[in-house]
Design a protein around this ligand. Structure first.
Ligand SMILES: Nc1ncnc2c1ncn2[C@@H]1O[C@H](COP(=O)(O)OP(=O)(O)OP(=O)(O)O)[C@@H](O)[C@H]1O
Ligand SMILES: [Mg+2]
Length: 259
């Protein structure tokens, strides 16, 4: 993949996202996500991590500001997303991947090659003809990844890809993500698992109450975060009681954030 054909970098310029009644959920985010490696988004529950992914993937539109891919035309075809709770079609495992490829207008013979390949890589070959909805949660998560991987996206968004998986299932997903990255796909993922963020991140984005308080190379972030809330967060301190700090909207605080 040469640079000219890469949809990245993705540039966010003063991005805000508000509810219909005007409450800001994403505030003033300006940053750039470059090609290559794994960007891991961390932050407390309700920080806006999932919203951030949805904005970047184009599932929702910013209320203000811009989100621009370097190669804007056809950018949608170069990205895929794996959701925290994968949605499986009422079809077999194989047919679930096939449908995703069909939507990309890939010809049937090529489709079956790709399907065999991704099912093998994700360890799902023996379940190819099983109804997807009968799979265990961990298997469904792997199928969601297989389905996204089959599209050979330049950018793969993942929202908490290992939440509620046991350690060995999570490890398997982490290994798959490493393989996908090695093939040149940019990973942009969220996690609430700091151990996973330390293991996997090349760069870290720390979100707190809708603001991007820090975006730094992982090594720098974990050894010496510049932001004091990020420092507290990686030490495992609860942040909800410090919610007014580092933001200008303490007065607008919605009690449901106080978890
Ligand atoms: N459409 C909406 N209308 C109102 N509030 C919303 C809407 N979507 C999200 N929110 C609120 O915005 C905040 C950020 O939500 P988001 O799901 O992005 O958080 P998160 O960082 O992914 O949290 P978690 O770690 O729990 O997954 C939350 O307080 C959520 O309740
Ligand atoms: Mg979330």
């Amino acid at each position: 993949m040469n640079n000219a054909s890469n949809v990245l970098p993705l540039v966010l310029d003063n991005v805000w996202y508000r509810t219909l009644d005007g409450m800001p959920l994403i505030k003033e985010i300006t940053t750039t996500l470059k090609a290559g490696g794994k960007a891991v988004i961390i932050g407390p529950n309700g920080a806006g991590k999932s919203l951030f992914l949805r904005l970047c993937h184009g599932l929702i539109e910013p209320s203000e500001g811009n989100i621009k891919w370097q190669l804007a035309s056809g950018a949608a075809a170069h990205q895929a997303m794996v959701f925290q709770r994968p949605v499986m079609l009422r079809r077999t495992v194989r047919a679930n991947v096939d449908y995703a490829l069909h939507l990309q207008k890939i010809a049937p013979p090529t489709r079956s090659q790709i399907i065999n390949d991704v099912l093998e890589k994700t360890g799902l070959s023996r379940l190819a003809d099983t109804q997807a909805r009968l799979l265990s949660f961990g298997e469904q998560q792997r199928l969601a990844l297989a389905r996204a991987w089959a599209l050979k996206p330049q950018v793969l968004f993942m929202d908490e890809p290992t939440a509620s998986l046991d350690p060995s299932a999570a490890y398997l997903i982490e290994q798959l993500i490493e393989t996908i990255t090695a093939q040149g796909t940019k990973i942009i993922m969220t996690t609430h698992d700091l151990g996973q963020a330390r293991r996997m991140a090349d760069e870290v984005l720390f979100l707190h109450r809708g603001r991007l308080l820090e975006h730094a190379p992982a090594e720098q972030f974990f050894s010496a975060p510049k932001n004091d809330l990020a420092q507290a967060f990686i030490k495992g301190e609860l942040l909800w009681w410090r919610r007014g700090e580092g933001s200008d909207d303490a007065k607008r605080h919605d009690p449901k954030h106080a978890r």
